[in-house]
Design a protein around this ligand. Structure first.
Ligand code: FMN
Length: 179
């Protein structure tokens, strides 16, 4: 599968077979994160591999629309450590968070290429940080369930996506023609 096919075909998976993915496959997914871009190559991401059912269940209580997290065979919590940058705004996740999100996309695409589904799950980060013993200085960005899809989701409906021309401007905001 090439990159454009993975980008085009990947979709969020929320129901999984009850099978833990092999360690070497998991390693390849984590490895994909290493190559994401980051400010000054600071690589502000850490991961917690979660396979304990009780932990998944506890986290799912603080996850948006995501009771299914408790049924997933495993998940990766994405943790963002602080970095020293004037662009790391204290009141928001800032640049390190963007970089960690890019690492997540790399992992999602690498997983998809190997037949493994995933989904970004938004969580109440302070509650989840407590469950996972993450220090206050760090930010829990998301928890990503991972596994072989129970059924293959149908392909994306082109009509449900914004058209490229609708989200593209030329030279100035609002200018929709190239000349
Ligand atoms: C920042 C972000 C937050 C999301 N939060 C949730 C979530 O809390 N629960 C969930 O089931 N899916 C969540 N999603 C997945 C989106 O619903 C999904 O990506 C979107 O509907 C497009 O579908 P696709 O991933 O199949 O292309 C989130 C995705 C992103 C990028």
């Amino acid at each position: 599968m090439d990159v454009s096919e993975a980008i085009r075909k990947r979709c969020s998976v929320r129901q999984f077979r009850n099978v833990i993915i092999p360690d070497d496959v998991l390693h390849m997914i984590l490895e994909a994160a290493r190559w994401a871009p980051s400010p000054f190559n600071t690589q502000p991401w850490e991961f917690i591999i979660i396979k304990e059912k009780e932990t998944l269940k506890a986290i799912s209580k603080y996850a948006r629309y995501s009771g299914y997290l408790s049924e997933a065979p495993m998940a990766i919590a994405v943790i963002v450590p602080p970095i020293n940058s004037k662009f790391s705004w204290v009141e928001s996740i800032g640049e390190p968070g963007f970089a960690a999100a890019m690492a997540v996309q790399n992992m999602m695409l690498a997983a998809w290429e190997m037949g493994i589904g995933s989904c970004w799950v938004s969580i109440e980060r302070e509650k989840v940080a407590k469950i996972l013993n993450v220090p206050d200085t760090h930010f829990v960005l998301t928890v990503i369930p991972l596994g072989y899809p129970e059924t293959m989701p149908s392909e994306h409906d082109d009509k449900l996506r914004k058209k490229t021309e609708d989200s593209t401007h030329y030279e100035m905001y609002g200018k929709k023609v190239t000349k």
